[in-house]
Design a binder for this molecule. Structure first.
Ligand code: NAD
Ligand code: WQD
Length: 337
């Protein structure tokens, strides 16, 4: 497939995927409302790939915008990153999350139907497994999400699966991401959370660059080898490559689910130690109580993506740390200059 519409393409994972697609020769049109990203990302994408993606500033909940974007781009498929992702905020403002994520996806799919575009890759999350025991396999039943963000992803998956059952021309790839970290090796694009980061890796890098005084490690009394939680961290570049490979699976109609993770986990302590060793930067840290809703161990059974897509996330943790630090140290204020 050559012509791809990417929603949320100026965001963290979207921007890395757009680079991958442009480098593979695809024509890319981005629709993003810039609610959690910056226009300057487009220039950075162009410096890396030598090509400028088409950009439409717009909201996925605006049916007219989405139909115009699909027609203008002549897209054969859509990769759908646009969504809100802050777990804590979703607990405080559930309606905002259901409207943006669930309603936004419904409007997008209606626009796609109207334009005859029936191939979609969706950004799902390991959070849909709830509190099942790791490793997670795609054929496990979905768990009860512990927050509205997670529930919105599970609802969207159900909607997309139902649509594939109802219309056999549809094909959907639901990609369940584990914990993406790192940045493009150029140091030009990376993760730029607004305010105090919720996630571990941006928190570590902001402590290292001197913008936050110390990291709190949430819990050291879990039933894990060193007492801290274990997660499956994968390089965002590997994740971007996973999207390019998943597009091929859309040749077969129906609903396809893939875990995108490495298949191995690291503890919070290992993450902090590896970052300090690789970058030579100190990360002052203290131990704090457990964070509500955290699971002790989360990692993927990543064998289905390897078997069916020929994809695996092989970038070593050290390189994920190096790239995170190159991005953070070169852009201490992210895209804000
Ligand atoms: P991000 O916030 O950096 O990117 C999302 C982009 O979508 C942003 O550029 C934002 O401006 C845009 N957007 C949001 N709502 C929109 C709307 N209504 N209309 C148009 N654009 C809109 O997030 P990310 O980390 O790149 O995540 C991308 C997707 O992957 C999200 O759907 C997220 O839920 C999912 N995901 C992320 C992670 C993670 O750890 N980063 C893990 C699992 C799943
Ligand atoms: C990782 C580990 C924390 C911050 C979340 C979402 C999930 C998905 C990815 C989108 C945990 C610990 C963290 C800190 C810490 N997003 N930690 N101090 O919780 O696996 O997943 O992001 O779909 O839905 O829930 O990732 O990076 O927040 O935390 O000790 O300041 O780091 O307790 O063990 P998580 P995370």
């Amino acid at each position: 497939m050559k012509r791809i519409l990417v929603t949320g393409g100026t965001g963290y994972i979207g921007s890395h995927t757009v680079v991958e697609l442009l480098q593979a020769g695809c024509e890319v049109t981005i629709v993003d409302n810039l609610s959690n990203s910056f226009r300057v990302v487009l220039e950075r994408i162009a410096s890396i790939s030598g090509r400028v993606p088409d950009f439409i500033e717009g909201d996925i909940r605006d049916r007219a915008v989405m139909e115009a974007a699909l027609k203008h781009s002549q897209a054969e498929a859509v990769i759908h990153f646009a969504g809100l992702k802050a777990v804590g905020e979703s607990v405080e403002q559930p309606l905002k999350y259901y409207d943006n994520n669930v309603n936004g996806t419904l409007v997008l799919c209606e626009a796609m139907n109207a334009c005859g575009v029936k191939k979609l890759i969706f950004s799902s999350s390991a959070t849909v497994y709830g509190d099942a025991a790791a490793p997670y396999r795609e054929d496990m039943p979905l768990g009860r999400a512990t927050n509205p963000y997670g529930a919105s992803k599970a609802m969207i998956e159900r909607i997309l699966e139902d649509q594939c059952i109802a219309d056999s021309d549809w094909s959907v790839g639901a990609l369940r991401y584990f914990n993406p970290i790192g940045a493009h090796a150029s140091g030009l694009i990376g993760e730029d959370p607004q305010g105090i980061p919720n996630n571990l890796m941006p928190f570590i890098s902001k402590v290292a660059v001197g913008q936050l005084p110390q990291l709190s490690i949430f819990g050291d009394d879990y039933d894990t080898p060193d007492g801290t939680c274990i997660r499956d961290y994968l390089h965002v570049g590997d994740l971007a490559d996973g999207h390019a490979k998943a597009l091929k699976a859309l040749a077969t109609p129906g609903y396809h689910v893939f875990n995108l993770g490495t298949g191995r986990g690291y503890s919070v302590k290992e993450m902090v130690e590896t970052f300090q060793r690789v970058t030579g930067q100190a990360v002052p840290h203290v131990y704090a109580p457990r964070r509500e809703g955290d699971l002790a161990e989360v990692w993927a059974d990543a064998s289905k993506a390897k078997r069916e897509l020929g994809w695996s996330a092989d970038t070593p943790l050290e390189k994920m740390m190096e790239d995170t630090w190159r991005w953070q140290s070169g852009n201490p204020n992210g895209y804000r200059g």
